[in-house]
Design a protein around this ligand. Structure first.
Ligand SMILES: Cc1cc2nc3c(=O)[nH]c(=O)nc-3n(C[C@H](O)[C@H](O)[C@H](O)COP(=O)(O)O)c2cc1C
Length: 208
C-alpha cells in the first residue's frame, strides 16, 4: 500500500548550522543512518582533462577531519579522470529527510596503509573480485569474468589475498559544502560553507 503520509521536513536554520561543516555532516549522518537502508551510497562526479563530466554512485567508506574517502579501482574510468584532473564533487541525497549535501574539493589517494587495512577487512569474494575485474574495461561476455574469478581463486588458494596495486582509496578534501533542506513551495533552505583565509569557514544562506 502506498504511504500517503506527508513527510515532515525539518527546517534548516542556517544560523544553527555548526561552524564546522564536518561536524554538521556528522549530525546529518547520524540522522540519515536512523532512517536509510544504505546511507553510504553517494554520487561521485569527476571530470577528465577535457572537462567532460562523469558521475557514478560509490560507497562512502571514511569520514574524518581530513575528508571523505571511497574505494575503487585506480585504473577505472574515474581513476583516469582523477589522474588527469584531481578535482571532484560528492552529492549525497537523503530522501527520507528531504536533504542533499554537496561537497566539492580536490582528491588525493589515501595512504597505502589505509588501503591495505580497508582491503584486508573486505569479504574474500570482494578481494578476489578486485583482482579479477579490470573495472571500466570492455569484456566480451560475463563468462570471461567468471573465468578470471576462478583463476584468481585458484591462484590465492588458502592464502591471504593481497591488495592489488590498482585498487585503493581516494579522499576528497573539501573546499566547499552545501547543506540543503527541502521546504514547502520550493522555498528550500540552503547553507553554503566556503573556507576563510586563515582557517575556518564562512556560512551563508543561498536562495533556493
Ligand atoms: C549504490 C552503489 C554503490 C557503488 N559503490 C561503488 C564503490 O564503492 N566503488 C566502486 O568502484 N564502484 C561502486 N559502484 C559502481 C560504480 O557506480 C561504477 O559503476 C564503477 O565504479 C565504474 O565507474 P567508472 O567507470 O566511472 O570508473 C557502486 C554502484 C552503486 C549503484
Amino acid at each position: 500500500m502506498k504511504n500517503t503520509d506527508k513527510p515532515v521536513w525539518i527546517p534548516l536554520d542556517v544560523l544553527a548550522l555548526d561552524a564546522d561543516p564536518f561536524v554538521q555532516f556528522e549530525r546529518w549522518w547520524e540522522e540519515a543512518v536512523a532512517v536509510m537502508r544504505e546511507p553510504e551510497a553517494i554520487c561521485l562526479a569527476t571530470a577528465d582533462g577535457s572537462g567532460q563530466p562523469r558521475a557514478r554512485m560509490v560507497l562512502l567508506r571514511g569520514r574524518d577531519e581530513r575528508g571523505f574517502s571511497i574505494y575503487t579501482n585506480y585504473s577505472s574510468r574515474k581513476g583516469q579522470d582523477l589522474a588527469e584532473n584531481p578535482k571532484a564533487a560528492l552529492l549525497w541525497y537523503v530522501e527520507p529527510l528531504g536533504r542533499q549535501v554537496r561537497i566539492e574539493g580536490r582528491v588525493e589517494k589515501v595512504s597505502a596503509q589505509e588501503s591495505d587495512e580497508y582491503f584486508a577487512a573486505r569479504p574474500r569474494g570482494h578481494q578476489i573480485g578486485a583482482h579479477a575485474s579490470f573495472q571500466s574495461q570492455v569484456i566480451a561476455d560475463r563468462a570471461l569474468l567468471e573465468d578470471a574469478v576462478t583463476e584468481a581463486t585458484a591462484r590465492f588458494g588458502g592464502h591471504d589475498v593481497p591488495r592489488p596495486d590498482h585498487w585503493g582509496g581516494y579522499r576528497l578534501v573539501p573546499t566547499s559544502f552545501e547543506f540543503w533542506q527541502h521546504r514547502e513551495d520550493r522555498l528550500h533552505d540552503r547553507g553554503i560553507y566556503t573556507p576563510l583565509v586563515g582557517g575556518g569557514w564562512q556560512v551563508q544562506r543561498h536562495q533556493p
